[in-house]
Design a protein around this ligand. Sequence first.
Ligand code: NAD
Length: 651
Amino acid sequence: MNVDDISQVTVLGAGNMGHGITEVAAIAGYNVTMRDIEQDLVDDGFESIKWSLEKLSEKGIVSEDAETVLDRIDTEVDLETAVSEADLVIEAAPEQMEIKKDIFSDLDEFTPEDAILASNTSSLSITEIATATSRPEQVVGMHFFNPPVKMDLVEVIYGAETTDETAEATYEFVESIDKTPIYVRKDVNGFVVNSVLGPFSDEAAWMVSEGVADIEEVDAAMVHRRGYPMGPFELSDLTGIDIGYHVRKEAGRDIPPIVQEKVDAEDLGQKTGRGYYDYEDGGGTTYEAGQGEDVDTLRIEARIINEAARLIGNDVATAEAIDTGMRLGAGFPEGPCRRGDKIGLDTVLEKLETLHDEYDHERYEPSEHLRSLVEAGTTGEEAGEGFYDYGGDDGERHYSTIQYELSDDGLLEVTLDRPERMNALNDDLMDEVVHLLDSSDLDEVRAVTFEGAGDRAFSAGADITGFAGREPYEAAITEFFEAVAEYPRPTLAKIDGFCLGGGHELALACDLRIATEDSEFGFPEINLGLLPGGGGTQRAMRMLSDARAKELVFRGEHISAERAQNWGLINRAVPESEFEETVEEFLNDLVYGAPIALQKAKRVMNVGRDQDLEAGLELESQAFGHLLATDDMQEGAAAFMEDRDPEFEGK
Ligand code: NAD
């Protein structure tokens, strides 16, 4: 089965996950049949989809109206009817091996022989589920995260017999529904995300059990100092303390005393009203910034990084897949491999060895892969290579927060790739953009576009958690905005969604801005007791009237794309359906335009803006004189006379 052959999808289960997966596949244009064991259950699932689609469509996140998408969904109770024409079945039934095996055995009987049979299980063995069929090579794990409509990640898991063909078609299917897949190449317990997440809560629980820190201190340290979206105890309360307890029990791992205590007392977290925190009477977490200054966060992170290294060493996943998984699936501020490279893998190894000496427990046993990286001297960013290559001696630098593509025509497309944080700017992202622009070959680049990954934001600002522990606005920030503003080729910001704070400043540092009508612009910094610190105040003053610039900065409110266009802040605000076409029209002029003339024009206009008229005119006339002597000018004139399109070479 090839992804192009998939048109009919059947989802088994209309519960939490099943209805969400059905919705996502239908939004992407697939015909989906959703099956549950009783009519009431499919009806409830369908109602939930309808409610969600109406909201998404209202907000413009889904471009079709709800009815059109719903028309692609059938509901069914009879299993055979539901699956007899399916190209792909995604099972999202209760998490019990017997149920899954019964289902897969029926699927073996009723589905077309080349159908892909996928399970959304979070913790059961794909290999074992596959034994219920006579075609284990077509059985695969397709692990969505909750809720599927919002969560971008899907783990694609190989069972022992799964073929590459099956896994690849599944991977491409995930891409086709606008989600990000990662390969989990072996069927290990917890797959990637839950395996790496394990030590986050586990080590925190050991630390508190030993009395080296308290609950609030650990949560505060991990959130406020290390940038995680939630503290380990807060997270356990949300997912249920019993869940982590059973996972450890099944894996035969020791239970930290504090976890045992909570389970014995049946204080299992939010669902019982009490866990590590008290949720009754509107209660909740009580930790605050500033607590936990002395918590040894490396103890937790070293174990996380070690687990990541173990998965890489066992060929379960690549560093990229793990980092993507942890960012998108668990909201980590950066992947553990990237973080390990920053901390230094020798430091991580040393920490584990010290803990191992002290506690003599296998949970601190350094993985072979981590040891071998350190032995080879590839200890991270500072060494030029660790989990990733940083362009050390002769390698090519790996980027973790941006993606780029350079076309043969010379269009450099840069994507800000932190959709899980609405593409907020952090140190890595700014550093990587500067590195990319600095190392680009100007002979090959004619124009640059910037856009945001995902469907919500161009960039929603600066990632405040990334600033923890240092002065917020340092030279590096200025360097980033200047590198964009002064890049010697035309730059264009493609804005679809929120364009706020630092993201807004990036857009203003570009030469041109095109936005979808639903986009929003603003400088919310004032609400944080700050001001736009990446050139925003100055660029806004030069682009807009005083009154408008000050309205944006002083009030900190969002303005619509329409108003932004009326104010002259952006070049065009267009409906989503005309967005790509409009951008294309602009880019045609930039990419095929005369490169030296564009470069000179940009410079003269940028520099001249800040000078008096006389100096500006002087700059212009020098540039004009220079252009008269170029081959491009000759070509432009010849093409004009011959009534053809010029072919500029930048000479
Ligand atoms: P759920 O209880 O909300 O839904 C399961 C549905 O499956 C129920 O409506 C049930 O009636 C139905 N069902 C039972 N037998 C069936 C059968 N033979 N055919 C079709 N439907 C059947 O559970 P959920 O949270 O949606 O979880 C479903 C699966 O997804 C589980 O394997 C779970 O581990 C996995 N998962 C859950 C989450 C999560 O956070 N909830 C995340 C990722 C994966």
